[in-house]
Structure formats: structure tokens, C-alpha cells
Ligand binder design. Structure first.
Ligand SMILES: Cc1cc2nc3c(=O)[nH]c(=O)nc-3n(C[C@H](O)[C@H](O)[C@H](O)COP(=O)(O)O)c2cc1C
Length: 187
């Protein structure tokens, strides 16, 4: 069962106004202050044991970092992500390098997701929009950025000013299904 096509029911405007744009205004820059606030918002996310297992690699058009990211975009994301004022590569630390034996951290990806959620809502508060995505060459980008042992690239976020409004036909499962869906019908 699908929920309503646009957010309703009095949720916070920053949440209701968020959508993943399929077009960005190429003339809208993300300045140093905004970039700093996006990372600060991610920094203050909660995490299991305060482990903070997240890391970010950022690039804006004109920066050398941007040029390292862009060749690894898939054609489907390159169409809109290259026009965004900022690209963020997200990394998680799934293995904690405390000893010779790398310990697996069960909540690392969960915690990274929360940090990215903080970042996207901070973007909304700054009048910016964001589109998270996985459409890139993970192997190629990993070779390019060469993260430390224990760290893995998970996703990317394009941040900037949306060119146009939310796409038609957005769908969500209903609140009732969120509550009933995970449980066995036998009970
Ligand atoms: C982890 C993750 C990966 C995603 N990967 C892609 C992607 O590769 N390409 C894309 O166009 N959108 C991608 N999205 C965006 C989702 O498709 C989008 O959030 C979803 O359809 C709901 O739309 P909304 O964000 O506008 O509410 C991704 C989102 C997340 C959180």
C-alpha cells in the first residue's frame, strides 16, 4: 500500500521540503561557510558508543578534489551531479583498527546514515538541496581515494540548489504498513 504522494501531516517543513533533485543550478556555489556547517551537522550525529565511524571526501567544481570524483560517476548520476555545487563521498569505518585483528563494527553503516541525514537536513536549513546516490564506480573511486585500512566508501551526496521542484509520483509506504509490515501475519 502506498502513502500520499507528497509529505503531509504536519511534519517539520525541513523534512517535508526535502526531495532528491534530478537537476541542479550550475551557477549556485556552496561556499566555505555552508560546507563547514554541513560537516559540523554530520559531526554532531549520534553513534553507537560515540564511535563516529564516518568520514567524508568533498569536492566543489573548480577544486582538484572534484576532478578526482567526477570521472567515477555513472552516466545516470553524471547527468545531474556534475551541476551540483558540492559532491560528498561518504565513508564508513566498519573495522576498528585497535589491534592487528580488525574488529567489525555492527552499527557503522547505521551511524553513517544518521550523519548523512543530519547533513541533508542542515542543507535544507541553508536553502540547499541534496541527492544521495550510489550510481558511481565504487572500485574505481576506492582506487582513486585509497582510504585507510578499515574504511570503505559507501555513497555520495550531491548538494546544491535544485533546478525545479520535486519529481512527480513520489511514493511512500503508509504509516500503517511501517508498523505492521515487519510482523508475521500468523500472530
Ligand atoms: C543510500 C542511497 C542510495 C541512493 N542511490 C541513488 C542512485 O544511485 N541514483 C539516484 O538517482 N538516486 C539514488 N538515491 C535517491 C533515492 O532514489 C531517493 O532518496 C528515493 O527515491 C526517495 O526520493 P526522495 O529522496 O526524493 O524522497 C539513493 C538514496 C540513498 C539514501
Amino acid at each position: 500500500m502506498k502513502g500520499s504522494l507528497q509529505p503531509s501531516g504536519g511534519i517539520h517543513p525541513l523534512l517535508a521540503g526535502r526531495f532528491s533533485p534530478y537537476g541542479f543550478d550550475p551557477s549556485a556555489a556552496v561556499d566555505d561557510q555552508a560546507l563547514g556547517l554541513l560537516l559540523e551537522a554530520a559531526r554532531w550525529a549520534p553513534s553507537a558508543g560515540n564511535s563516529q565511524p564516518w568520514g567524508f571526501f568533498t569536492g566543489r567544481p573548480g577544486e582538484a578534489e572534484h576532478e578526482r570524483i567526477v570521472p567515477h560517476l555513472a552516466p545516470s548520476s553524471a547527468r545531474w551531479a556534475t551541476d551540483a555545487g558540492l559532491l560528498v563521498v561518504t565513508l564508513t569505518r566498519r573495522h576498528v583498527d585497535a589491534t592487528q585483528q580488525l574488529l567489525y563494527s555492527e552499527f557503522a553503516d547505521y551511524d553513517l546514515g544518521q550523519a548523512v541525514a543530519h547533513m541533508t537536513i542542515q542543507a535544507q536549513a541553508l536553502g540547499l538541496d541534496s541527492h544521495q546516490f550510489r550510481a558511481f564506480d565504487l572500485e574505481g573511486l576506492t582506487k582513486e581515494l585509497d582510504p585507510q585500512p578499515g574504511w570503505a566508501i559507501v555513497s555520495m551526496v550531491a548538494v546544491g540548489k535544485a533546478a525545479g521542484g520535486p519529481p512527480e509520483g513520489r511514493e511512500r509506504r503508509s504509516v500503517a504498513e511501517l508498523r505492521s509490515g515487519p510482523w508475521s501475519a500468523a500472530r
